[in-house]
Ligand binder design. Structure first.
Ligand code: HEC
Length: 225
């Protein structure tokens, strides 16, 4: 028993030593000449044929991309989806690729409350906290204006993308899909302030007529929106 234990200790120690010797000593991959991405390169600096498309010589290890190169998946051929316009006209509906779903509107609400509400307010009336407290050369526009209620939905997409007047754009912060979600949610806000009771379904009509029935429990949920 004692002997076999000692044997085992020897075997394990020898194994560990072998592993160290075999694995630790090969440093040639580490020290071989190589170029690091974005690092400098004398080779490319000296070689005339390695000039970029503007005739400039680069001392960089990475080659500049060929002119007009577009990253995969960024060609943006879907004009309606990416610009909010089709044949020079603002879209009057969501682009074909965007489906009007509960998820889209929930996402729109989330993004609107994050990016737009500080100025345009919870209901879009233009009385957000920043609008009330800031010094504005002109007031924040109410999204409830009759003009904006009648405007094609593509207008919201372009304003979010590029800004308008003194409002800066959100193109760098809000992805195209989310811009459509916000645009759709602006329509929800507009409807919320101009809803016709006749358009309610039976369930919602019941809530309107008998608010007491819904005071506790699930009735409170609707008030959050
Ligand atoms: C920092 C404050 C601020 C934020 C945040 C902001 N806006 Fe605005 N918005 C303005 C101001 C100010 C104007 C008026 C611009 C003008 O007419 O010069 C405006 C105008 C608009 C208009 C009216 C365009 C028209 O046709 O007159 C729309 C639509 C709009 N914003 C949508 C949005 C949406 C959607 C968001 C969120 C993605 C947003 N805004 C975020 C300040 C803001």
């Amino acid at each position: 028993m004692k002997r076999s234990k000692r044997n085992m200790v020897w075997t394990v120690s020898a194994g560990m030593l072998a592993t160290l010797i075999l694995s630790g000593c090969h440093r040639d991959m580490w020290t071989q000449p190589k170029l690091k991405a974005q690092g400098t390169s004398d080779f490319y600096l000296q070689q005339d044929q390695y000039r970029d498309w503007e005739g400039q010589s680069y001392g960089m290890a990475s080659r500049p991309a060929v002119k007009n190169t577009v990253a995969r998946g960024h060609l943006r051929q879907d004009e309606a989806f990416y610009t909010g316009m089709s044949n020079g006209k603002l879209l009057t509906t969501l682009p074909p690729g965007v489906k009007l779903t509960r998820e889209l509107l929930d996402r729109g609400q989330d993004q609107y409350n994050t990016f737009c509400r500080p100025c345009h307010g919870l209901s879009g009336d233009g009385k957000g906290m920043i609008a009330q407290r800031g010094q504005w050369p002109k007031p924040v526009t109410s999204l409830q204006d009759q003009r904006l209620r009648e405007i094609p939905i593509g207008h919201f997409y372009t304003v979010i993308s590029n800004g308008l007047g003194i409002m800066y754009g959100y193109g760098s912060r809000i992805e195209p899909e989310d811009r459509w979600a916000v645009a759709a949610y602006v329509r929800v806000l507009q409807l919320s302030q101009n809803a016709n009771a006749k358009d309610l379904n039976d369930d919602d009509m019941d809530r309107l007529i008998n608010p007491d029935k819904y005071k506790n429990g699930e009735g409170g949920h609707g008030a959050a929106h």
